[in-house]
Design a protein around this ligand. Structure first.
Ligand code: GLU
Length: 312
């Protein structure tokens, strides 16, 4: 059977202007898609209305354009796709895989079960709501098993969901569908075959693969790009990565991102964004991407330290 055609995506949350850390993820995912003659889609992850900033979606899109990151098809907005998430939730409910939960964050924290990803849900409402309590959120019942997911850059990740995360939230107490549910539904509905994104989401991947199995959806291939350290040795997201990129002067940031992704500098200094990509795409070599610094409580398998982190 032939493999489905490559379809990648970039899925920013519109919480502010595009910063360097996100640009790096966009560039890696775009380059990998185009080097494979694949499609590249953009999805705005604006489900959480409390975090979405008005106009940030348009600012992100125009920054992507300024950097020559031309997407295919119409940009989709998660806020317009709630019916899809609702249908997935109903499917899980009907299969007995989800249940209503009355617990507050404070109650869960008070149980003191800490995992690498935050407090572990202690299973209080698994067998039914306690007397006189009403449902706040809805959770997925996770199996007592270890899940291993291969990753093209990081080698792989192994997580024991029940022990390290606990039953996960599908619909939050504030009524919003959880990121983990929406991302899985969208990646499948958009036919995404390759997820290339920042390593901050590596630890979410076993949850997403588990949800795919519960919903009978295909699993895309995963590649998690390194989180980059700032000059002060701190994660860029805490310093430089949080700084917005300058769409009026894209070449320096493009070249910097290219180096940080372990790619060989272009033979000819590009005069503009177009000539950058003309040279860059044919030279993209995913095996050169460093696994880089990362922060993870979960175990990684065979982490590919083939290359030292790229010089700053
Ligand atoms: N919306 C997420 C973010 O901006 C990315 C989700 C993903 O790539 O799966 O961090």
């Amino acid at each position: 059977m032939n493999a489905p055609p490559y379809r990648g995506r970039f899925a920013p949350s519109p919480t502010g202007p595009l910063h360097f850390g996100s640009l790096l993820a966009a560039i890696g995912s775009f380059a990998d898609a185009r080097a494979h003659q694949g499609g590249w889609l953009v999805r705005i992850e604006d489900l959480d209305r409390n975090r979405a900033v008005a106009g940030a979606d348009r600012a992100i899109l125009s920054t992507l354009e300024a950097f020559g990151l031309d997407w295919d098809e119409t940009v989709v907005y998660q806020s317009q796709r709630r019916a899809l998430y609702q249908a997935a939730l109903e499917q899980l409910r009907e299969s007995g895989l989800s249940y209503p939960c009355a617990c507050t964050r404070r109650e869960i924290a008070a149980r003191g079960l800490q995992g690498p990803e935050g407090p572990i849900y202690p299973g209080t409402c698994r067998a039914g709501l306690p007397p006189n309590r009403s449902p706040r959120s809805e959770r997925l019942r996770v199996a007592d098993m270890e899940l291993s997911v291969p990753d093209a850059v990081q080698g792989g990740i192994v997580q024991h969901l029940a022990r390290e995360v606990g039953d996960l939230v599908l619909r939050r107490a504030d009524g919003f569908y959880a990121y983990q549910l929406a991302v899985v539904v969208d990646d499948a509905e958009q036919g995404i075959t390759q997820v290339v994104r920042g390593a901050d989401l590596l630890a979410s991947t076993p949850r997403q693969v588990y949800l795919q199995r519960c919903l009978g959806l295909p699993r895309p291939a995963y590649a998690h790009l390194p989180l980059v350290l700032g000059d002060d040795g701190r994660k860029l997201s805490k310093s430089l990565a949080a700084a917005p990129v300058d769409p009026s002067n894209p070449l320096p940031a493009l070249e910097r991102a290219w180096r940080l992704l372990g790619q060989t500098p272009l033979a000819e200094p590009p005069s503009d964004v177009e000539t950058f990509w003309q040279q860059a795409i044919p030279s993209w070599d995913p095996s050169r991407v460093p696994s880089g610094p990362h922060r993870l409580g979960s175990r990684q398998t065979g982490a590919a330290d083939r290359h030292a982190p790229a010089p700053q």
